[in-house]
Design a protein around this ligand. Sequence first.
Ligand SMILES: NC(=O)C1=CN([C@@H]2O[C@H](COP(=O)(O)OP(=O)(O)OC[C@H]3O[C@@H](n4cnc5c(N)ncnc54)[C@H](OP(=O)(O)O)[C@@H]3O)[C@@H](O)[C@H]2O)C=CC1
Ligand SMILES: CC(=O)N[C@@H](CCC(=O)OP(=O)(O)O)C(=O)O
Length: 322
Amino acid sequence: MSKSVGIVGARGYVGAELIRLIAGHPDFELAFVSSRELVGQRVADQFEGVAGIDPELRYVAPSNEELPGLGADAVVLALPNGKAAACVAAFDNAGMDPVIVDLSADYRFDDTWYYGLPELTRRKYAGQRRISNPGCYATAMQLAVAPMLDALAGPVQCFGVSGYSGAGTSPSDKNDPEKLRDNLMPYALTNHIHEREVTRQLGHEVQFLPHVAPHFRGLTITANLPLSGAFERDAIVSRYRERYADEPMVDVLDEAPWVSRIAGQHHVELGGFTLSPDGRRLVVVATEDNLLKGAATQALQNLNLAFGFDENRGIPQVRHAG
Ligand SMILES: NC(=O)C1=CN([C@@H]2O[C@H](COP(=O)(O)OP(=O)(O)OC[C@H]3O[C@@H](n4cnc5c(N)ncnc54)[C@H](OP(=O)(O)O)[C@@H]3O)[C@@H](O)[C@H]2O)C=CC1
Ligand SMILES: CC(=O)N[C@@H](CCC(=O)OP(=O)(O)O)C(=O)O
């Protein structure tokens, strides 16, 4: 029998990707989708050509207290940071315990929640019904650094560039196409929440230098890793290939991946492995669609895991040449 999934914050960029993914999933159906701005409108009208959306499904705008009454087996919170706790409290107060996947940063530092970056944390999954979805940059950084964790000689630096969909739909300089035109906008150059998230999850200091660029979706991380010994490039590439050999959502390439090729794809690409002449410093490049593996696709992996489905069920395994 299908499991029903409600999406809170479904007008946003991530919510919209989730609607597509849940509608196309063989074992999930949309229970409700919420948006204060789109309330009353037919969801199908926003997603022409997308199969699996009940033509009668309309956006709703429930109060937090009304959420438990909507009866979903799982609820995905795709709200801005700081809004999740009130929703979670409403379920607690009603004595309801659906699977909750929170896309915001609100529970990423809370050990009572499962931190769901499946390729790195699935062995810690023990049936938790509260799941915190990692940050978009944080996903790419962790996947880029994890294979070398036992060989690091100091802090890792990650230079990040994101498309402006990463900044959500609330107007700001970081999603203003006029201000971004011909521009690269640095921000939060120390202590970005994803810097703290990655450092905590990896147990190793990672320094993060984020920027936002004029393209819409997709991010690049260029990671600089000081190594404890001299490495050969072939050994590095083998390490990454072996680590991710059984991971359909992580592709290891020889060349450096391009962000223009990852937009719309569900996996992460790692590549461009370059060593300093002494072999003691490695540069690795990661690309990811921030709205997909950086958010919605990863949420679907987590939902699959929570309901005992194959982790990648319902995720289109597209690989298109750019
Ligand atoms: N964009 C990205 O690349 C990534 C985003 N995330 C996280 O996912 C979440 C959603 O991101 P994104 O889709 O970009 O965000 P958006 O800003 O695009 O969307 C936010 C959603 O929340 C609703 N909303 C906004 N303010 C409130 C409020 N005060 N109370 C209730 N609902 C509200 C909006 O709908 P309405 O106003 O119509 O109710 C909208 O549906 C965020 O926590 C973000 O940090 C995580 C990884 C990547
Ligand atoms: C370009 C841009 O602004 N990107 C966002 C990252 C989006 C994301 O993953 O944010 P959360 O950690 O809030 O979920 C940022 O740097 O805050």
